[in-house]
Design a protein around this ligand. Sequence first.
Ligand code: ADP
Ligand code: MG
Length: 293
Amino acid sequence: MSATIMPSADATGEARAQGQGGSLEARNLVKDFRLRSGLKVSMLHAVKDISFTVEAGRTIALVGESGSGKSTIARMLAKLEAPSSGGVFIDGAPSGSRGRALERYRSEVQMVFQDPFASLNPFHSISHHLERPIRLHHPGLGRAEVASRVEELLERVQLEPATRYLERRPHELSGGQRQRVAIARALAPGARFIIADEPVSMLDVSIRLGVLNLLAELQREAQLGVLYITHDLATARHFSDEILVMYRGDIVERGPADEVILNPQHEYTMRLLEAAADPERHGALRDEVRRAE
Ligand code: ADP
Ligand code: MG
């Protein structure tokens, strides 16, 4: 992927200077899965005591090969999965896990999934997908107000004119357009934090950058905090302030994006970078790292 067509990082810095605060924090998150095979039960330590903070107006990339625990962290942050221990804090306070506190948390922390097709309902129109979260989180709004918010959301994700998309169903859109709808839906309840779990890895290479640029633009405009999960180091570097490198449930290296990529300290990061430079080696990476241990 060529870096020359990507946006400059300066705009991000400018927006950050106006920062309005707020943070989403993973504090000592642990997730163990109990695995059963016949009579044997074993424990899989999918996430081992992980801590990091996503601040408003910043993008943190979580990178690592498949199976390293990235999605499990995403699901715990989105409260789709309870941690075995540790907690999730928002603006420094423990996040609620039931009732109204959970509802409020869910409106503020939204997830964008890898597969936009699976995350949208094929039977519902695009407008329905966006109306629901708006109504749920702003029950006082009238019909006309909801409709104008839906159009506004579609315009924010550059699906214009909005009227062209309102009554369509997900299968009538391209993959990139569907992911834009998924992003609009994440914004609908007024999210301050977005957890994007491999948001472009299922999209055509040619449209990936457009969707990532959109996320970056929304992040700057609205001072969103973004956790960008990916195995693509090039976009992690370009679109993030900080990179966390995960390996088998641990964060083995973290730091400013350029530093991690240009001056990696951990052997696993170096191998990820080598594999990225040589795609044919990617599959063999896990075995190689294991042998090296
Ligand atoms: P990544 O997103 O980095 O590919 P995941 O978080 O999906 O990794 O998975 C981390 C590890 O946890 C993998 O070994 C995976 O098989 C395992 N795992 C994930 N979810 C479950 C589950 N519900 N039950 C058992 N094992 C799971
Ligand atoms: Mg995953």
